[in-house]
Ligand binder design. Structure first.
Ligand code: NAG
Ligand code: NAG
Ligand code: NAG
Length: 510
């Protein structure tokens, strides 16, 4: 018996030894991620107004299962329980977003909603009491619908001042306690889906990109992005001039970075892969660091890409303290600048066609979300790309996660036994370590998501949580992955106990 026990202990230790928390620097942030519309519910409570997503989900046919975020995870009422879940996991940070219409129901055209301010203050205080750093996204897709109705939100330069006002209110209300700010979540995806394909609010596009009543897919995305980039700069300017010296926090942006492998070894595909990453990522990051759009985009889009004045260029340079990376997948990129394109829309991706299949094989295991494949090495490559292009700027992996299908006949025990998710995170964390060994300055890793939640167009049919949520009872149940994350965060037990104490002491003395 004893021998068997020792063998088992040895076996588990060797498994855990492959990946351990102690391989990451002390002070490294390990957390979980969520966003306001996806978890809060309370959609009209305490004077919150309707957001663009409240309005959009009411339109028939927009969300796969016809659902919405009216209640979602009811986190608005259950936030204390959810912080307790995080405390039991042992995370030292939590990334969440602020609902703009909860804090400013009418933008700057009405009063501050003090109920909204006190909700986020209570959440932040509850986190800090448990030793969990708040990592706050100012805007994760949801805006007051009034800003859409009044002036067309991102298409109108007025949004810059509007967003600056919102950011100022948040820095003032929460900034003494918040050390990490993110201006925008995945604007590169949001703008394309809202103004190019038209499947996110306000649902604008033109043929052949999509089927919308209004919009212009070849012009509006670049105008909306331009206003968003300048809105970011307005907020950062306010933070740096009025708050940063006193509050001692840092501010960055989060980009969705899908990695692209060249479809073949030829020069065209290699250039194509690089060009498509520039179109997706450097579109926002080049202006915010170097002060202008990437030449890769200017060469192809010409005057359709707006221009920055010389004052704006100055204001934009070095506008990021860090870059947040949301990473879910990698696909192949096939050049179609030099070879014929079978898609009229390829110009917007830099004349590249993305594909997951080559010689009858997929690039990685498929997941419950179409287009997302498990390719761990893509994370290392995405990180090294950002490190090299942006002069070794500091980075956080602000989202990385694995989806399960949730059908009416899905069995709870199968959903709880999410071994694939455990394997996913182990392999992506190893890939992250590889990038850090090559010199990348990565300071944190956040799993998407703490709890199952409203997955935008998929409604409640995909589950990304470490905790399962029963949407009838709001009961949260830890999945295998929650137990794994907790163990990983505790260290691997038995023989490494002494190390844990050391690293804890180091954390405390910092
Ligand atoms: C909500 O707004 C209304 C009208 O502005 C105000 O009378 C009411 O007191 C507010 N409710 C709360 C809970 O603040
Ligand atoms: C979109 O805008 C461009 C540039 O203003 C214009 O040339 C084009 O005709 C417009 N397309 C549609 C579908 O309105
Ligand atoms: C990047 O910066 C970090 C932290 O300042 C440093 O440790 C690392 O060596 C740098 N990497 C490269 C490739 O210069």
């Amino acid at each position: 018996m004893e021998k068997l026990a020792l063998l088992l202990i040895g076996f588990f230790f060797s498994l855990a030894a492959a990946l351990e928390r102690s391989q990451f620097p002390p002070g490294f942030l390990f957390g979980t991620s969520t966003s306001s519309y996806q978890i809060e519910g309370g959609y009209l409570e305490d004077n919150k107004s309707l957001s663009n997503w409240d309005a959009f989900t009411r339109m028939p046919g927009k969300i796969n299962d016809g659902t919405n975020g009216n209640i979602a995870d009811d986190h608005y009422h259950l936030y204390k329980d959810d912080v307790e879940l995080m405390h039991s996991l042992g995370v030292n940070s939590y990334r969440f977003s602020i609902s703009w219409p909860r804090v400013l129901p009418r933008g700057r055209h009405g009063d501050i909603n003090w109920n909204g301010i006190s909700f986020y203050n209570d959440l932040i205080d509850t986190l800090l009491l448990k030793g969990i750093q708040p990592f706050v996204t100012l805007n994760h897709y949801d805006i007051p619908q009034e800003l859409e109705d009044r002036f067309g939100s991102w298409l109108n330069p007025q949004i810059q001042e509007e967003y600056g006002y919102f950011a100022d209110v948040c820095f003032k209300a929460f900034g003494e306690k918040v050390k990490y700010w993110i201006t925008f979540n995945e604007p590169n995806l949001m703008i394309k889906w809202a103004y190019m394909i038209g499947i996110y609010p306000p649902g604008r596009c033109s043929q052949p990109f999509g089927d919308c009543t209004f919009g212009n897919s070849t012009a509006e995305p670049y105008i909306a992005a331009h206003n968003l980039i300048l809105a970011h700069a307005t907020a950062v300017d306010i933070y740096r001039k009025k708050y940063q010296a006193k509050q001692r926090g840092s501010i960055g942006i989060v980009m969705a970075i899908e990695w692209k492998e060249p479809f073949s070894n030829n020069e065209m595909d290699r250039l194509g892969a690089a060009r498509s990453v520039a179109f997706a990522v450097a579109w926002f990051l080049d202006p915010l660091i170097f002060g202008d759009y990437p030449s890769e985009m200017r060469e192809i889009l010409g005057p359709r890409l707006p221009t920055f004045s010389s004052d704006e260029k100055k204001k934009l340079q070095n506008n990021l303290d860090f870059i947040g990376i949301n990473h879910y997948t990698t696909r192949y990129a096939k050049d179609c600048l030099f070879s014929p394109c079978d898609s009229l829309t390829a110009e917007s991706e830099g004349f590249v066609i993305g594909t997951a299949e080559k010689d009858g094989c997929l690039i990685g295991a498929p997941t419950a979300v179409p287009g997302l494949f498990v390719v761990p090495s893509g994370l290392e490559k995405a990180i090294l790309y950002v490190m090299q292009r942006y002069n070794n700027i500091s980075m956080f992996i602000t989202e990385n996660g694995f989806a399960q299908d949730s059908r009416s006949d899905s069995k709870m025990e199968e959903l709880l036994n999410d071994r694939e998710r455990v394997e996913f995170h182990r392999s992506y964390l190893s890939s992250l370590l590889n990038a850090m060994r090559k010199g990348a300055d990565v300071r944190g890793y956040f799993i998407w998501s703490l709890i199952d939640n409203f997955e935008w167009l998929f409604g409640y049919t995909k589950r990304f949580g470490l905790y399962h949520v029963n949407y009838d009872t709001q009961e949260r149940t830890p999945k295998l992955s929650a137990k794994w994350y907790k163990k990983f965060l505790q260290g691997s037990g038995i023989q490494s106990k002494a190390n844990n104490c050391n690293s804890l002491n180091k954390d405390l003395s910092e």
